[in-house]
Design a protein around this ligand. Structure first.
Ligand code: URA
Length: 233
């Protein structure tokens, strides 16, 4: 016995919220009758979405990929470019959690758990994402502090961030940057706001979950305690 929105989410239809929208819109039927929000179903219920039977509850997958640069973070690319899905050999409808740019590499989660995906990407939850980056030139202390306190991107100030200089010479600076927002090209734009260009960008952690020794283009399944950790973030 479980709520219809949870049942649909477990079947891989979408997040619970998205499933509630389908229910409200009248697209979902249980045993031939239009379903109601909050309805309870069990394994014997005949559930359809837009007239199509929703089958057995789907196995949920949680994968960490070390995304290489030169691929897009989508399931399918209209321009025929390589996508992150080309690196993962799993017969399930997975999708990426958030987005890394074409030329960004590193930790990307893939799942068919819509609830977890929503949780990890919703700005309200302020999930930390940590990047290592190499920028051209020297990042001065006042610029570093400006980035930590917030800079304007498209007229909106960024939230507090952590920017740590790891190594520096007169041509380049290597930094570790932790942000909890997920705006488009955010790290690059934060550096751009202080007049610096990012030459290399790699995500190394989501919360305390780290990329570790995973090679470029390789993936692994998260273990149970890693999945629990993400669900409790
Ligand atoms: N910030 C960026 O600028 N690019 C990414 O891919 C991720 C964060």
């Amino acid at each position: 016995m479980l709520r219809l929105n949870k049942y649909l989410a477990d079947c891989g239809i979408g997040s619970r919220r998205e499933c509630d929208e389908l229910i409200s819109a009248g697209f979902v039927k249980v045993n031939g009758k239009t379903a109601a929000l909050g309805q309870i179903v069990d394994d014997n219920s005949h559930v359809t979405v837009r007239g199509k039977r929703v089958g057995d509850k789907q196995k949920l997958y949680y994968i960490m990929l070390n995304k290489p640069k030169g691929c897009v973070t989508t399931v399918k690319d209209d321009l025929g470019r390589k996508t992150v899905m080309d690196f993962v050999d799993v017969k399930a409808r997975l999708y990426p959690v958030g987005r890394l740019d074409y030329d960004t590499e590193g930790l990307l989660l893939l799942t068919n758990d819509g609830d977890l995906s929503n949780k990890l990407t919703h700005p309200r939850n302020e999930i930390n994402k940590t990047y290592v980056c190499r920028i051209s030139g020297v990042l001065k202390e006042n610029e570093r502090l400006q980035m930590e306190r917030g800079v304007l991107i498209d007229g909106v100030k960024t939230a507090r961030a952590k920017v740590r200089i790891v190594e520096q010479d007169q041509h380049h600076t290597r930094c570790e940057v932790t942000i909890h927002e997920g705006r488009n090209h955010q790290v690059k734009k934060m550096f751009e706001a202080v007049g610096k260009e990012v030459e290399f960008l790699k995500r190394i952690a989501v919360g305390d979950l780290r990329l570790g020794g995973l090679n470029r283009g390789e993936y692994r399944f998260l273990n149970d305690s890693e999945v629990e950790y993400l669900k409790n973030l």
